[in-house]
Write a protein that binds this ligand. Structure first.
Ligand code: ZN
Length: 287
């Protein structure tokens, strides 16, 4: 009787040891699952970060590639893990920004038409009230103005970014004044202005001499701009000879930021227009 009681007690103890053992095992397994899940999330996050970086690299090369890269990256992410679509972009400051090599002309409208850079900034230069520019071009503009000053030339920023609606008002006023055919030679239709990218700027002199006129190109300041702006990432977009490609009459005051390396390559290759430099069709007129 007492023997069987002892056996029973031993068996009871063994029962609890087994229960405890199973519980410990379950806890270890559960912890293992948690660790592996969280490392999966990390892997997914870093993968989507890489895709975003690839997109950024591609955007600076080719707009068409940008769209392709964005399409393929979103497709890949969907296939792998739908929830990762909600992963925030690692560099929100550049998300939705157009490449500095984006081509906007009479054949290519800005996309989306409502585009407005999210990083507009007021550059620290002599300027007309309210002039703002894409932050990626602001520092270069400031350095260029300082270099011009060192060479004895005072420059002034007339304006850089213009919204779709501002351009619409401007263009409609020109059409009312000069007629559409004439207006199209010097003013962009809304959605077709480089100014909407935030990467174009009109440069004048503080005295107002030859302001937004072809004779600006004959001023010492205009000549300095034509000879030196590439060092700071800018090109003279509409020259005396490229109307058949770029679509506009001579505008020695209108500069366009494309980045220092491309502006230098543009200058050294004697490219006739941004269209030809990028290997894109000429845009003499609207389709
Ligand atoms: Zn302009």
């Amino acid at each position: 009787m007492s023997l069987s009681f002892t056996t029973l007690r031993t068996a009871f103890k063994a029962y609890w040891i087994i229960i405890l053992g199973i519980s410990m095992l379950l806890i270890i397994v559960a912890a293992g699952v948690l660790v592996s899940t969280s490392s999966d999330n990390e892997t997914l996050t870093s993968q989507s970060a890489n895709y975003d970086e690839d997109v950024v690299v591609l955007t600076s090369q080719d707009d068409d590639k940008e769209e392709a890269a964005q399409d393929s990256s979103s497709q890949e992410v969907v296939e792998e893990e739908p929830t990762s679509q909600t992963t925030p972009a690692p560099e929100p400051s550049t998300s939705g920004m157009l490449s500095v090599l984006t081509l906007v002309n009479k054949r290519i409208a800005i996309s989306p038409l409502s585009y407005s850079p999210s990083n507009l900034t007021s550059p620290d230069v002599t300027k007309r009230s309210g002039a703002v520019i894409d932050a990626r071009a602001a520092q270069s503009l400031e350095e260029m103005f300082a270099a011009a000053k060192d060479d004895g030339h005072s420059l002034m920023l007339s304006n850089a970014f213009r919204s779709y609606t501002t351009q619409q008002t401007l263009y409609n006023n020109y059409v009312a004044r000069d007629g559409q055919a004439a207006a199209d030679t010097y003013s962009a239709r809304p959605g077709h202005s480089e100014h909407q990218t935030g990467l174009a700027a009109d440069i004048i002199v503080p005295s107002g001499t030859c302001s937004l006129e072809a004779c600006f190109g004959d001023l010492p300041e205009g000549k300095w701009l034509a000879e030196n702006s590439y060092k700071y990432g800018f090109i003279i977009r509409y020259t005396k000879t490229n109307k058949a490609e770029a679509g506009y009459t001579y505008e020695p005051w209108h500069i366009r930021y494309i980045g220092v390396s491309d502006a230098t390559a543009y200058h050294e290759s004697n490219a006739s227009s941004l269209e030809s430099y990028l290997g894109k069709p000429a845009a003499p007129d609207y389709l």
